[in-house]
Design a protein around this ligand. Sequence first.
Ligand SMILES: NC(=O)c1ccc[n+]([C@@H]2O[C@H](COP(=O)([O-])OP(=O)(O)OC[C@H]3O[C@@H](n4cnc5c(N)ncnc54)[C@H](O)[C@@H]3O)[C@@H](O)[C@H]2O)c1
Length: 328
Amino acid sequence: MRILVTGGAGYVGSHCAKLLVERGHEVVVYDNLQQGHRDAAPPDATLIRGDLLDRDRLRQTFEDHAIDGVMHFAALLNVNESISQPQRYYENNVLGSLNLIGEMIRKKVHRLVWSSSCAVYGSPSSVPITEDMPKQPISPYGRTKWTVEMALRDFSQNGGLGSISLRYFNACGAASDGTLGEDRDPEYHLIPVVLQVPLGQREKVFIFGTDYPTPDGTAVRDYIHVEDLASAHLLALEAIQDGQALAFNVGTGQGYSVREVIEAARRVSGHAIPAEQAERREGDPPELYADNSLIREQLGWHPEITDISDIIASAWRWHEKNPEGYED
Ligand SMILES: NC(=O)c1ccc[n+]([C@@H]2O[C@H](COP(=O)([O-])OP(=O)(O)OC[C@H]3O[C@@H](n4cnc5c(N)ncnc54)[C@H](O)[C@@H]3O)[C@@H](O)[C@H]2O)c1
């Protein structure tokens, strides 16, 4: 198939684009390169520098390439930024997605995998989180993700669009062949932030909240390896059916605390990584981890890299080799 990968020069999108190429698909990456990196897009892919808000360029892309399906990663995803800049987030994530869906329907492309997020659940009343639990996002970012999911349901009826929304938990790790990794500026995801200490780019890490009702008092999250996310996308792409809008959690089903992550990073890097306790951050739920039985049953997916030390080791290999990130 010829797959349009929006955001394919970004972290998760580039790992998925790589796997698509390896599986024999043709890949067209569409990315404005505001967060993405030219070097992250697969060398065998066509890279179009374009914005989802540029409807003409998007239309031309669909005219120039006979697209069979779309993996849609392009979005802004900094939760705190979304609180201070809601308009930018709604425009980019919701309007951008509607532009994309509009062009897909115009060209009768009916296959879409959408990067949703566990942020659609907000602060759930219990864990593990199942797909049918209430969708009560607590940030503009989470609300943009849920808004697009709801739109996809509507379009499945009116436009015949087939879609699968994948609600990822915390994406992490790097490509096992060392070619791709996580590089954002500024960095705010826990694992790369922690690894900045052994890289000499940060003196210490802060642990936000040590009085949560969790075994060691720090927040617990589900860390899903980016290559396991990529395999979920490939299975989803194949499973999509016209007129059907499905959604699955993509997580390991296991939670690790902030302290456990830091401890694993110390073991992997051999560095003491000083950590300082700080106040809880607003809107940070104590525990988030997935019940992943639905995607296991319906798509036959399972995560391969689930041990936190293995996950961090894969990230560390990339950061050690590329301390300044991608060149371009
Ligand atoms: N990283 C995570 O932990 C995580 C968790 C849940 C969901 N997600 C979702 O996964 C997707 C990918 O996340 P990521 O971590 O790879 O982020 P990323 O910032 O590395 O990748 C997003 C890419 O989209 C591009 N982009 C953004 N807006 C665009 C626009 N309007 N037009 C064209 N390109 C645009 C950026 O330049 C970037 O390359 C996002 O939709 C995000 O919400 C990520």
